[in-house]
Design a protein around this ligand. Structure first.
Ligand SMILES: Nc1ncnc2c1ncn2[C@@H]1O[C@H](COP(=O)(O)OP(=O)(O)OP(=O)(O)O)[C@@H](O)[C@H]1O
Ligand SMILES: [Mg+2]
Length: 470
């Protein structure tokens, strides 16, 4: 029996390795793009959908070496090139690259990895030479990577300024043109959902030379494989109902699944593979502990996210609509219909609504929502956000007086306690109830169900009052 430590099996904050679940179709597509000489690759998708994990595991499997750059918003094109050059130069000059170097590879043991930070460390002489011999630097940089049988991974491409992205798109062409000479040479850009469109739109010549691969959030089946594989590696079992609960609470986000599993194992004092075959089984108490602890861990994030979200126009109406809708999300037109049907104020236009939805999905306003591209629906970031959203709206609908900052702070703390009590007071029944609001729209049930009914048409009539209350 192979022995694993718990942190090797459930990895909420690093790319999965031992417990990596292969996603067949994606794996095939990424493999194909990596193996096609000259084909540039853009991996895009929701944060936490598994882009980095997928790529790193595939690079390892194909034994491909790579350089990795993590982008930041203030990075110039010169910064980007300088960093590659300097680090490549530094790494290569030592000629002592550990075959099992794990840095930047997330512990994957990729053959050759050169990793560096986005901050420019280049010296002034070198920097000058970059700028003065601009074109040849691009070419020689591509050649230098190619000569070392490596490819270039650019993480967080979406953070770069448009002008930098534009130049990178053009640089992809340089890489492509060198593919005859260096078949493995390519750029792999990883980014948020608009990354692919940006690369292609910025330079239409790239359209057929870029493989754009969308990495969606995980399916229920994939999430349950993480749980079951993990249990197998640890030689323990998880009861089916708990597997279902973890799947439901993860909402396709693998890191939540890893985190909940890790916490369940903590409750069971599991530190690694059970060599004694003690028949450990993860059951409801383990799940309840994990959910409670998870809420505690993310409580500050939840509080701050909702504090930011309520600054957005129509946020109450939108959040109330989504809180009563399906966890899988609600279409924009449905949200619009719902709001206009249930508020007395001036009719909301689709443009206004779209703008508010966009803001509620942005980091600046707490990103409590996200857009599910496949289904074209907006939903809460995850079920924990949805639960908090319901509690939050209920609490604000119950008082009419404007709340001070201190009162809001106390209220948020109470809401967190209430969210946790969903699990601590649980009777271990896993059948969630379906109704959330009583006739006055103020009473909430503690749990939710994936297959909730569509938006209840009779929801908040008192949105405007609530808005004033804050
Ligand atoms: N195929 C997989 N099998 C098992 N766990 C996975 C898989 N893919 C991702 N995970 C887990 O999900 C979490 C997020 O993965 P990852 O960091 O790769 O996502 P990402 O899309 O790169 O996110 P971001 O956009 O924020 O960088 C990690 O905890 C990782 O271990
Ligand atoms: Mg990533």
């Amino acid at each position: 029996m192979e022995m694993y430590e718990i942190n090797e099996v459930f990895t909420p904050t690093k790319p999965a390795r031992a417990n990596f679940v292969k996603r067949k179709v994606l794996d095939k597509r990424v493999g194909r793009a990596l193996k096609t000489p000259g084909m540039q690759l853009v991996l895009y998708g929701h944060s936490g959908s598994g882009k980095t994990t997928l790529l790193l595991n595939k690079l390892k499997e194909l034994e491909l070496s790579f350089l990795k750059t993590n982008c930041t918003s203030n990075m110039s094109f010169d910064d980007l090139l300088s960093n590659v050059y300097v680090n490549l130069d530094k790494e290569l000059s030592t000629k002592e690259i550990d075959k099992n170097d794990q840095e930047g590879g997330g512990g994957l043991g990729i053959p050759k990895v050169f990793s560096f930070n986005s901050k420019s460390t280049v010296g002034s002489t070198l920097e000058k030479s970059f700028v003065s011999a601009y074109d040849s630097i691009e070419l020689s940089l591509a050649k230098a990577i190619g000569e070392n049988d490596a490819l270039w991974v650019i993480e967080d491409f979406h953070k770069l300024q448009t002008s930098v992205k534009e130049k990178l798109s053009q640089l992809m062409k340089v890489f492509m043109d060198l593919s005859d000479e260096f078949p493995k040479l390519k750029i792999v850009a990883i980014g948020a959902k608009n990354t692919a469109r940006e690369v292609v739109e910025l330079d239409c010549e790239m359209q057929t030379r870029v493989s754009e691969i969308h990495v969606p959030l995980m399916s229920d089946e994939e999430i349950s494989r993480i749980i079951n594989n993990g249990a197998e590696l640890l030689n323990i079992s998880v009861i089916t109902h708990v597997v279902n609960d973890v799947v439901e609470h993860s909402h396709g986000v693998a890191s939540i699944c890893h985190q909940l599993c890790l916490l369940m194992c903590e409750f069971a004092d599991i530190e690694g593979t059970d060599a004694f075959c003690s028949d450990i089984e993860l059951d409801f108490p383990h799940f309840n502990y994990a959910a409670t602890e998870y809420i505690e861990q993310v409580s500050d994030t939840l509080k701050s996210a909702f504090q930011k979200a309520v600054k957005v126009d129509n946020s109450y109406e939108i959040l109330a609509c989504l809180a009563s809708g399906d966890i899988e999300g609600v279409e924009v037109v449905e949200i619009l219909e719902h709001i206009n049907e249930h508020t007395d104020s001036v009719e909301l236009s689709i443009e206004e609504l779209k703008e508010s939805l966009k803001l509620l999905s942005s980091t600046e306003y707490g990103s409590v929502l996200f857009y599910v591209e496949v289904s074209e629906k907006y939903s809460f970031k995850d079920p924990f956000y949805k639960m908090f959203g319901k509690l939050f709206l209920s609490a604000f609908s119950s008082g009419k007086k404007k709340k001070s900052k201190a009162e809001i702070f106390t209220l948020f703390n109470k809401l967190i306690d209430k969210a946790k009590s969903n699990y601590t007071n649980s009777d271990n029944s896993i059948t969630p109830t379906e109704s959330y609001f009583d006739e006055d729209n103020a009473l909430l049930e503690n749990k939710w169900k994936k297959s909730e009914p569509k938006i209840e048409r009779k929801v908040h009539d008192n949105h405007n009052e609530k808005k004033k209350d804050l």
